[in-house]
Design a protein around this ligand. Structure first.
Ligand SMILES: Cc1cc2nc3c(=O)[nH]c(=O)nc-3n(C[C@H](O)[C@H](O)[C@H](O)COP(=O)(O)OP(=O)(O)OC[C@H]3O[C@@H](n4cnc5c(N)ncnc54)[C@H](O)[C@@H]3O)c2cc1C
Length: 435
């Protein structure tokens, strides 16, 4: 049993589906097949994310990748009339003086790149968020936690929320309409490497032969032979790369989201905080301590998360079943809640409605995505927690790599040199604004 195709894409997350869409769109005569172990697209980490987007990055590369992807998502919703749940509610970073002054050079760079940010001083923040606690002079618990004061805020207006499920379904629907194919409930067990020129000798490829990836082995559906294999396997890429002597410099880390039921008028008013966006909604708020952040979801419901880097293990070969990574209630109660309620006491006593965990795929070199082509294989990943907001640009770069183009054209006719984001001639800036 076996299948032959021109391109096989592993993964139906945002990376795989955006890649498949652009590959099929720009190479309509090519057969493109997408394989995933799940029964529907977007059931990996794409389906577990916080569903936020921002163009406010310190690295020029991340600015370009996110800004052009956001423009495409706006285009999908406004012009193609496909609802992807996109709302520009904004991001608000709350900071003390030291953090504000450290951010200065990054904000200047953003301004030079045309990325808009708005600075609020403490008085303005108190006007917009009356119940925000900005100082802790006589608070012993705050002193123990070493909580910074809030001396100002940075607001990103071209930031917001979207629905990753709707977005992935948009790509999948269009891909299928163009004649692309999905092979779901199928585990890829190995990348098949063969000689570039087959001699018919048993044991090929030998070291003296050039070799290339020429397909994938699956559990239950035999081999899929293809001219090009695109690996968009997210946190699980090492599992297929390491056996053929390649690596993606990706390590996974568990991240958690806590869904909080609003209790009381204070939180209801916070949800509808005016003055940030035309929707009259609170933006995503990032607190000055440990990257604790929260966003409004629906009436009476907030999601809370935390940038928990330290003392959290890296995972080289993650479990296939993400249910094995449980959110930890104790972690919320003892680590997140004290910080959250110190700045926003309105959260006190609000119950956790549900919680879940997923995996960030960190590019351990520079926290910036990569995409490269080598010997019949295109690999994309290393999103470091912001892959949805950069997914469209990365899909276009995958397509350009497939066609051996030196430059990809991102949405809005933005040129991007493909070698920049690979490993051999990598030329990207390290990201400093990771949430
Ligand atoms: C808690 C949390 C919050 C986040 N918040 C945000 C956010 O607000 N904004 C944002 O942009 N990003 C966010 N992210 C990151 C975002 O989820 C990822 O960047 C993005 O989903 C990565 O997409 P992907 O396609 O690479 O991976 P995935 O969505 O994980 O897709 C990979 C797919 O490959 C399949 N696969 C892998 N190996 C195999 C195999 N051997 N055989 C068959 N199938 C295989 C998997 O089944 C999976 O469906 C968050 C992540 C987490 C965990």
């Amino acid at each position: 049993m076996g299948t032959e195709t021109d391109v096989v894409v592993i993964g139906t997350g945002i990376m795989g589906m955006a890649s498949a869409y652009h590959l099929k769109r720009n190479n309509p005569q090519k057969r493109v097949l997408v394989v995933d172990r799940h029964g529907a697209p977007g059931q990996g980490n794409t389906g577990r994310s916080n569903a936020m987007f921002r163009n406010t990055f310190s690295s020029r590369d991340n600015q370009i990748l996110s800004d052009s992807s956001i423009d495409f998502y706006i285009h999908v919703q406004d012009e193609l009339k496909a609802d992807v749940g996109l709302q520009k509610i904004g991001y608000l970073w709350l900071m003390d003086e030291a953090q504000l002054s450290r951010s200065g050079p990054y904000l200047e760079r953003m301004e030079r790149s045309g990325i808009e940010t708005v600075r609020h001083d403490r008085r303005e923040l108190k006007r917009l968020l009356p119940n925000l606690v900005t100082e802790f002079s006589s608070d012993a618990e705050a002193a123990l936690m070493n909580l910074p004061s809030v001396d100002g805020g940075i607001f990103g207006p071209k930031c917001g929320r979207l629905d990753p499920d709707k977005l992935v379904r948009f790509y999948a629907r269009e891909f299928l309409a163009m004649g692309g194919q999905l092979m779901l409930n199928t585990e890829v067990t190995a990348l098949i490497v063969g000689p570039s020129k087959r001699l018919g000798i048993e044991g090929e490829p030998f070291v003296w032969q050039d070799s290339k990836v020429e397909g994938v082995a699956t559990a239950g559906s035999g081999e899929v032979r293809a001219e090009t294999v695109v690996l968009a396997g997210g946190a699980w890429e090492n599992e297929l790369l390491e056996p053929i002597g390649m690596e993606s410099h990706v390590k996974a880390k568990k991240r958690q989201i806590f869904s909080i039921q609003s209790k009381g008028e204070g939180l209801d008013a916070l949800f509808h905080a005016k003055g940030f966006n035309p929707l009259g909604l609170l933006p995503l708020v990032i607190l000055p301590k440990s990257g604790v952040h929260f966003k409004p979801v629906s009436e009476g419901n907030f999601w809370v998360a935390c940038e928990d880097q330290v003392n959290r293990p890296y995972i080289d070969l993650p479990e296939h079943d993400l249910e094995r990574y449980q959110a930890e209630r104790k972690y919320y109660d003892r680590s997140v809640y004290p910080i959250l309620t110190s700045y926003f006491p309105d959260f006190k006593g609000s119950p956790v409605r549900s919680m879940w965990a997923g995996l960030y795929s960190y590019n351990t070199i520079d926290s910036t995505p990569f995409a490269f082509k080598k010997d019949g294989l295109v690999v994309v990943g290393g999103d470091s927690g912001s892959g949805i907001m950069k997914g469209d640009a990365l899909g276009r770069i995958v397509d350009a790599l497939y066609r051996d183009e030196e430059e990809a054209t991102l949405f809005g006719d933005v040129p991007y040199r493909t070698a920049k984001i690979g490993f051999e001639k990598r030329d990207v800036e390290r990201e400093e604004w990771v949430i």
